[in-house]
Design a protein around this ligand. Structure first.
Ligand code: NAD
Ligand code: GLY
Length: 351
């Protein structure tokens, strides 16, 4: 199945998102696959067997979010020069979101921009990171602060790559799927409640629906001046949690799961969501083994951290909240006392 994506503003950019067994891919140009040793170890041989190109190179970078930086991108660029890739050449991002974000960024920079395609191999990158053209790296000031909006030429989503994915990484991807359902589509949420993602056809359907929703959002708002911010549901809280735990305890999707529960508690407090609806979301997250609790040590500190988030403009925090299940509401300037009252529900009382 193919989900089309079409961004029309300022100029039309469209590309297909193929959700199927990876087909043979023929390129009349030089191609460089960017991957890491983990993904290459499991799946590179299969990929190489499917690609036919004028010249084919493989560039392997170290595995890990800590290598998602300008140094690694520069290493990639240097190797592209060594291999004499030209402006018609193409990069293939073969890995999770880290590889996808860096490959897209390197593609946007190399000789002022060459084509790239995404072959995402984690669930998170299949349902989220590979679609929509956000590329970039981290630096000492924070995550994803350097980058470009740069769309791929195509995305190939093949669930067969997920068989080697650790269960925690799979669940982290599910958190982003649940995020989309709660924000945009009640019927999709019910499908997730009733379905079993271990069944191949159900998983494919879940991915297709998620990607379709994301494509719609990106079509409308590529540069995140409006509705794309809704994709940050749960993230305002998650970023504080990731920061407080120095990115060492939770995978991003796990922190998002906790963030979703916190955002829902705020929505309940503001009477945007019924407590039973919040429980349904929490139960679904827990069914996938996702964490839903976080012991906040210091409420004031946690609250202050919101203002360090790059997505909170100036001094006002924009909360992305559910309005029931399947609808969202962006709420600004919530009274500090209300937010802190909700955070108290997560306070660590063990000390
Ligand atoms: P990741 O890329 O670090 O992959 C997670 C781990 O799984 C890595 O160790 C990786 O080597 C391994 N892996 C990948 N595929 C595998 C497979 N098939 N089998 C076994 N192991 C495999 O993490 P991620 O969760 O895919 O992506 C997170 C990154 O994506 C973050 O840097 C985040 O900022 C970014 N992101 C970007 C967007 C976007 O719109 N561009 C959206 C969400 C997240
Ligand atoms: N993952 C958020 C976005 O693509 O905007």
């Amino acid at each position: 199945m193919i989900v089309p994506i079409e961004i029309v503003n300022p100029h039309t950019i469209s590309y297909p998102i193929n959700i199927d067994t990876l087909p043979n891919l023929t390129f009349d140009t030089k191609v460089a696959i960017i991957t890491n040793p983990t993904v290459a170890g499991y799946h590179l041989e299969r990929l190489l067997g499917l690609i036919d190109a004028k010249e084919l190179h493989v560039i392997t970078v170290p595995d890990g979010e800590e290598y998602k930086n300008l140094d690694t991108v520069e290493d990639i660029l240097n190797q592209l020069f060594e291999y004499k890739l030209d402006r018609k050449s193409l990069l293939i991002a073969f890995g999770g979101g880290v590889i996808g974000d860096m490959t897209g960024f390197a593609a946007s920079l190399y000789q002022r921009g060459i084509d790239f395609v995404q072959i995402p191999t984690t669930l998170l990158s299949q349902v989220d990171a590979s679609v929509g053209g956000k590329t970039g790296v981290n630096n000492s000031y924070g995550k994803n602060l350097i980058g470009a909006f740069y769309q791929p030429k195509a995305v190939y989503i093949d669930t067969a790559f997920l068989v080697t994915l650790p269960a925690r990484e799979f669940a982290a991807g599910v958190a982003e799927i649940i995020k989309m359902a709660v924000m945009f589509d009640k019927e999709y949420f019910e499908f997730l409640e009733e379905g079993d993602l271990k069944i191949e056809s159900t998983l494919k359907e879940a991915i297709k629906r998620c990607v379709t929703l994301k494509a719609k959002v990106v079509n409308e708002d590529e540069k995140e001046t409006g509705i794309r911010a809704v994709l940050n549901y749960g993230h305002t809280f998650a970023h504080v949690i990731e920061n407080e735990t120095r990115y060492k305890i939770y995978l991003h999707g796990e922190a998002v799961a906790i963030g979703i529960v916190m955002a829902n508690s705020l929505a309940v407090e503001l009477e945007l969501m019924r407590p039973q609806e919040a429980s349904r979301v929490k139960n679904l997250l827990e069914r996938f083994g996702l964490p839903t609790a976080y012991p906040i040590q210091d409420i004031d500190d946690f609250y202050e951290h919101f203002f360090l988030d790059k997505k909170s403009a100036g001094n006002s925090i924009k909360f992305i909240l559910p309005h029931g299940i399947g609808h969202y509401k962006i709420v600004k300037d919530i009274d500090e006392a209300i937010v802190k009252k909700v955070l108290m529900q997560f306070k660590d009382h063990s000390k």
